[in-house]
Ligand binder design. Structure first.
Ligand SMILES: Nc1ncnc2c1ncn2[C@@H]1O[C@H](COP(=O)(O)OP(=O)(O)OP(=O)(O)O)[C@@H](O)[C@H]1O
Ligand code: SF4
Ligand SMILES: [Mg+2]
Length: 326
């Protein structure tokens, strides 16, 4: 059997700053198989983007991967040269960034950028490549794609630029896409259209997709599996429907409770009390302790990341649900 597209094992990425060591990613593990979608969620500063950058080998000083492994189709990416890694990024692994200008070249017309992308991967004529580029723009909801192809990135609005960056990533048909909140700024209809295109790509091309977001409703509609991050660690992981239906970790319970659509009308929106702890001075034991309604003395010890039910993992010694041995 071929290995899964991506295995992240005990990944740790730290930033060595003047103020101290920021443990941005601290023991993150997950697997994404061919054609599967993993939703990576968590509040601001929980380490989602740094996880994405680490997978692509794009962590800059003062940051550094200090532990763990990233296996792409079974191959440890840490063993690749910078050049081999660059080739992989241009070809088999793509990232859609929060900022589309990290993908787009400001001095090239959109058609040039898109046609080159197609020609790099498919043996087709220039005219056919142009056709595919035009279709790709249409699929992400860009009106008059033929005309827009001749524009430069600065002639697009921010939202349109983001759609072009997404269209380029989809055109690549890479084996793995890491999408870092690319649709947050877009309106709901366009977002839905883009999510549908991403899902289609996964189903048709076997692309494995990691979709980073803080929006649980996006994950609910798009992902097969979910990984919830808190303070640099994955605190819960499992099939998306099961996790949203019966979360184990108190933080996941809080996140779900704070989604407006899940709230009863007229009731104040529930919020998780307290603040995200600073990653510089994390308390010993469970990082969620100060905010957790279920905390007890044992939580002063670091909780293990344990499989509480088949395929259902949580980093908590006192999770929700009846199947828990006390
Ligand atoms: N260059 C850097 N130097 C120091 N600390 C950094 C650096 N980049 C990120 N961090 C820290 O790493 C932590 C995780 O950041 P990250 O960007 O991954 O969060 P995130 O979950 O993507 O948040 P958001 O939802 O706001 O995008 C944060 O505490 C951040 O301050
Ligand atoms: S380990 Fe303890 S403090 Fe942490 S989430 Fe579980 S119950 Fe709460
Ligand atoms: Mg981020």
């Amino acid at each position: 059997m071929s290995p899964p597209t991506l295995q992240v094992r005990n990944l740790r990425t730290h930033f060595f700053t003047r103020a101290g060591v920021v443990r941005a990613v601290d023991d993150v593990s997950f697997t994404v198989g061919r054609g599967r979608v993993l939703g990576l969620v968590g509040e601001s500063g929980s380490g989602k983007s740094v996880t994405g950058f680490s997978i692509l080998g794009l962590v800059d000083p003062p940051g550094r991967i200090v532990g763990g492994q990233v296996l792409f189709q079974g191959q440890d990416l840490a063993t690749l040269s910078e050049e081999a890694m660059r080739r992989l990024r241009g070809n088999r692994i793509a990232m859609i960034f929060q900022d589309p200008m990290m993908t787009l070249n400001p001095v090239l017309r959109i058609d040039t950028q898109m046609i080159e992308t197609v020609l790099a991967h498919a043996k087709v004529s220039r005219e056919e490549a142009r056709q595919r580029a035009r279709d790709a723009l249409g699929q992400v909801g860009i009106p008059s794609p033929e005309e827009r192809l001749r524009a430069y990135p600065h002639q697009f609005s921010g939202g349109m630029r983001q759609r072009v960056a997404i269209a380029i990533a989809l055109l690549h048909k890479p084996d793995l896409i890491v999408a870092d909140e690319p649709t947050t700024a877009l309106d709901v209809t366009i977002q839905g259209q883009i999510l549908a295109e991403a899902q289609k790509l996964c189903a048709e091309s076997g692309t494995a997709l990691i979709w980073i977001t803080h929006d649980l409703s996006v994950v609910a509609g798009l992902a097969d599996d979910i990984a919830v991050m808190y303070a640099g660690k994955v605190v819960e992981q499992g099939p998306v429907a099961e996790v949203l239906d019966a979360p184990l970790h108190p933080y996941t319970v809080g996140l779900i409770g704070s989604v407006p659509s899940r709230n009863r009308r007229g009731e104040p929106l529930r919020q998780i009390p307290g603040m995200t702890p600073s990653l510089l001075n994390l308390p010993a034991g469970c990082a969620f302790r100060a905010r957790c309604p279920r905390a007890e003395a044992r939580c002063a010890e670091p909780p293990p990341f344990a499989e509480y039910r088949p395929g259902r993992f949580a980093r908590c010694i006192h999770p929700h649900g009846e199947a828990i041995a006390a």
